[in-house]
Design a protein around this ligand. Structure first.
Ligand code: NAD
Ligand code: GLY
Length: 378
């Protein structure tokens, strides 16, 4: 299955395919592998730097090298980064630049991100900025990266004061999603990616949300057919949004459903002991309850979102920080303007609504409805 991403601003020339299959890395013939890369107009004689993480390299480094060789790619190296969100930092970005320079990589060469969202985001940002942009390919290995971070061109790193504060929009030349790689992902990581899948259904597609309610057990038991279906559906929904609004001037913000509070949760946890999807799950329950509080959606809509999240083993409760800590963390959100934040709310399952909300309203809601203890007035 192929899904085309063609952002309006990039024009047809910069469009690319997302190829979704089982067995791309480990199981394809050389012919199929070459045809995949040819269809993305990849120059097999160029130089390649594969950016990966320790775990992924340990599990799939040899298979991936074989895959590249089968494709006729000879000039490749790996840079292996530590696992974890703290890798999305200036330090490791600088390590990637050092390797690119040592390898004398040119603009016509390629960076391949082979890993989860952390690897994809930092490798993509290195590709966007090294020599003002070199070729970039995404080979995601987590469910989260399959359904979200490998598609749409958001790249970047974190700053100690806030998530993804340094970055750029930089589209890959191709995305190769091999569902077989998910077999080694532990259950917590699978659920983590599933949170972003729930996001698409909850804010954009009621039928898809119902499908997830009916099939979450099979999905979280690694059923290949179900996984392929949710990845295809998620990528199609995301591609459709990115095609209309690549640089997030409006519509694309809908993909941040659950992220305003979610990013604050990640920041308050110092990016440790909580995963991105888990923080988004908490943020989606918060956003759904806030929508109900503002009279936008009914009790049942908010309850369905919370139930699916809890049934999937994801956290739903707002962690115990103070309202002022949340508001301060949210003030660094990229969607803040004039002391208000652009919040993604819902009018019902599958129907989003944007609202500019005062921080005072969020503070009061966190104090009075979520019942967090304040240490000062807003
Ligand atoms: P991750 O990249 O940290 O990967 C999670 C863990 O799984 C890591 O330890 C990794 O080494 C391991 N792993 C990866 N593939 C594996 C496999 N096949 N088998 C076993 N282990 C494997 O986490 P993530 O959830 O993939 O990505 C989270 C990041 O993505 C966050 O930084 C988030 O901000 C970012 N993100 C970006 C976008 C975007 O549009 N660019 C969208 C959503 C999230
Ligand atoms: N993950 C949100 C976006 O890509 O816009």
């Amino acid at each position: 299955m192929k899904i085309r991403v063609e952002p309006e601003t990039g024009g047809k020339k910069n469009g690319y395919d997302i190829v979704i299959d089982a067995g791309i890395i480990g199981g394809v013939s050389a012919d199929k592998a070459v045809s995949l890369l040819n269809s993305a107009a990849v120059n097999l004689k160029a130089g390649f730097l594969a950016v990966t993480s320790k775990t992924v390299h340990g599990l799939y480094g040899d298979k991936f090298s074989d895959f590249l060789k089968k494709c006729g790619i000879e000039n490749f190296d790996f840079i292996v980064l530590p696992d974890g969100e703290s890798t999305k930092s200036l330090k490791y970005l600088s390590d990637i630049y050092d390797r690119l320079i040592d390898k004398r990589m040119e603009r016509s060469d390629y960076i391949i991100a082979f890993g989860g969202g952390v690897v994809g985001d930092i490798a993509g940002f290195a590709a966007a900025t090294y020599l003002r942009g070199i070729n970039f390919i995404q080979v995601p290995t987590t469910l989260l990266a399959d359904v979200d971070s490998s598609v749409g061109g958001k790249t970047g790193i974190d700053h100690p004061k806030g998530k993804n504060l340094i970055g750029s929009f930089y589209q890959p030349r191709a995305v190769f999603i091999d569902v077989n790689l998910l077999k080694t992902l532990d259950k917590r990581e699978l659920a983590n990616g599933f949170a972003e899948v729930i996001k698409y259904g909850a804010s954009l597609d009621a039928n898809f949300f119902s499908y997830l309610e009916s099939n979450y057990k099979k999905i979280l038991a690694y059923d290949e057919k179900c996984l392929i279906h949710i990845i295809e559906k998620s990528c199609s929904i995301k591609a459709d949004i990115v095609n209309q609004d690549e640089k997030e001037s409006g519509l694309r913000s809908v993909l941040n459903f659950g992220h305003s509070l979610g990013h604050a949760v990640e920041t308050l946890y110092n990016y440790e002991n909580i995963k991105h999807g888990e923080a988004v799950a908490i943020g989606m329950v918060f956003a759904a309850n806030l929508s109900k509080h503002l009279g936008l959606c009914g009790d049942e809509d908010a309850a369905r979102i919370k139930n699916l999240i809890i049934n999937s083993g994801l956290p739903a409760d707002v962690p115990d920080f103070t309202p002022e800590q949340y508001v301060n963390a949210m003030k660094l959100d990229k969607k803040v303007a004039d002391k208000q934040i652009k919040f993604v709310l819902i009018k019902g399952i599958g129907a989003y609504e944007f609202k500019m909300l005062d921080f005072g309203l969020i503070f009061n809601y966190l104090t009075e409805s979520v019942k967090l203890k304040k240490t000062q007035n807003y």
